[in-house]
Write a protein of this length. Structure first.
Ligand code: PGA
Length: 267
């Protein structure tokens, strides 16, 4: 099973309607069907504008979070089906092609500031898949955990939440917390070690063929000047980019750094 590189932009709590429009207008014509798959995840309020511009292009739009229930009394929350249906007014017949396609689950900032647990992250991911969305599921250790030699144990525990998910609509993101927004990046060797462990773990949880085809992204201070080295590692199948994704030229340089060819399970 081959693995097409996946490069995702996580805008976090940044951007305006005008900035997402300008950004996507600059990006959509450059991204083709042959290179890496490209996903842009702006804040909820910018999703309709983003979807309108990305419609018909090779750029997919993703959300940064969703609730684990399909509807209910949850003030301030957004259900996955609402995301998938955002474009209903635009082109009802083409919902699957035109709606929000991806959602991020289990990001460390959600875990750190909003009480996200392994269980709630897993529940969000399952709900998202029920609504037809593809999921980027994030895991990663703190600096203390790394220094205590607990990295692989933490990744094993966190990734248990992907059990039962549909691997055809899933990507994992390894995001060492000490590298997020800090300018510190994992070395290519550290990333490869973690990614290989995650692929082994995915094999136990999802089965070997699914694990061989699963894309595992690296996130944590990915920039145009370090992307190529990280993406050259054999189990690094893409990137989840925060700060450096806000500038469209920087994000494009990172997309460009991804290997053009798909990777096969036999590598
Ligand atoms: P960063 O964020 O690239 O700004 O480190 C990555 C992420 O949190 O997804």
């Amino acid at each position: 099973m081959s693995r097409r590189p996946l490069i995702a932009a996580n805008w976090k709590m940044h951007g305006t309607v005008a900035s997402v429009q300008a950004y996507l207008e600059a990006l959509v014509d450059r991204v083709g069907a042959a290179g890496p798959e490209v996903v842009v995840c702006p804040p909820f309020t910018l999703l309709p504008a983003a979807v309108l511009i990305a419609t018909g292009s090779e750029v997919a739009i993703g959300a940064q979070n969703c609730h684990w229930e399909d509807s209910g009394a949850f003030t301030g929350e957004v259900a996955p089906a609402m995301l998938a249906a955002f474009t209903g007014e635009v082109a009802p017949a083409m919902l699957a092609e035109l709606g929000v396609r991806w959602v991020i689950a289990g990001h460390s900032e959600r875990r750190q500031y909003f009480g996200e647990s392994d269980a709630s992250a897993g529940a969000r991911a399952k709900a998202a898949q029920r609504a037809g969305l593809d999921v980027i599921f994030c895991v990663g250790e703190t600096l203390e955990q790394r220094e205590a030699g607990a990295t692989l144990a933490v990744l094993e525990r966190q990734s248990t939440a992907i059990e039962g998910l549909d691997p055809a609509h899933l990507a994992l993101a390894y995001e060492p917390i000490w590298a997020i927004g800090t300018g510190k990046t994992a070395t290519a060797t550290q990333a490869q070690e973690a990614h290989a462990a995650l692929r082994r773990r995915a094999g136990e949880l999802l089965g070997e063929p699914a694990a061989a085809g699963l894309r595992i992204l690296y996130g944590g201070s990915v920039k145009p000047d370090n992307a190529a080295v990280l993406l050259a590692e054999k189990d690094v199948d893409g990137a989840l980019v925060g700060g450096a994704s806000l500038d469209v030229e920087g994000f494009w340089a990172i997309i460009h750094a991804a290997p053009g060819e798909h990777r096969g399970a036999e590598e």
